[in-house]
Design a protein around this ligand. Sequence first.
Ligand code: TPP
Length: 203
Amino acid sequence: MPTKEDLQEFEKEIADIFATGAIHAPVHLRAGREEQLIKIFADNAIGPDDYVFGHWDSHELALLKGVPRDEVKQAVLDGKSISLCFPEHKIFCSGIVGSLMGTAAGVAWGLKNQRKNGKVYIFCGDMSSETGVFHEAVKYAVHFDLPVTYIVCDNGLSVMTDTRETWGCPEPWFKDTKFADKIIYFKYKNTYPHSGLGWKIKF
Ligand SMILES: Cc1ncc(C[n+]2csc(CCOP(=O)(O)OP(=O)(O)O)c2C)c(N)n1
């Protein structure tokens, strides 16, 4: 399993390459949550039978899922940073907010009903966890007890918008509800800008 330093060093290398203008596509760099991600992969023994879903900020997830560093790097250089997909490693990512919430529940439904090994882990941000589609998917997963865990990485922001201020509530909607059974939640501070290096537009 990659170490905290491995993950930090990967993002730093991508940041340096991005700064040269050699990557003709968006990248979303993350730092500050390495220990939490490593712990989640270790505690849940996420392995080859398991599916991982992520979004635009999934470099660390691909490395932790076991995709070789060179393959992740090449995909980012090829402009696929926001939608990293490595089917042979069972990791799929999308740049669209909310797009994989139902997919994760559906794959978990398939695993359960076909009595296959493996579980599903889907990682998202705090604003994504406030979307209707997240709520629907978690509700379905809880009520059918599907083998899926929704992991909410809370950096407090949606691009530059304060998530808690937007929803008028200091806590995520699922706190202290039965839906929290299918959710892992942690806070972190991203030391990179939301996207790119903060020089141009953020989206
Ligand atoms: C449907 C859709 N609307 C808008 C965007 C632009 N967008 C990309 S990331 C993001 C912020 C999402 O916030 P959060 O879920 O908290 O993610 P994080 O801050 O961890 O990146 C937005 C609005 C998008 N990718 N897809």
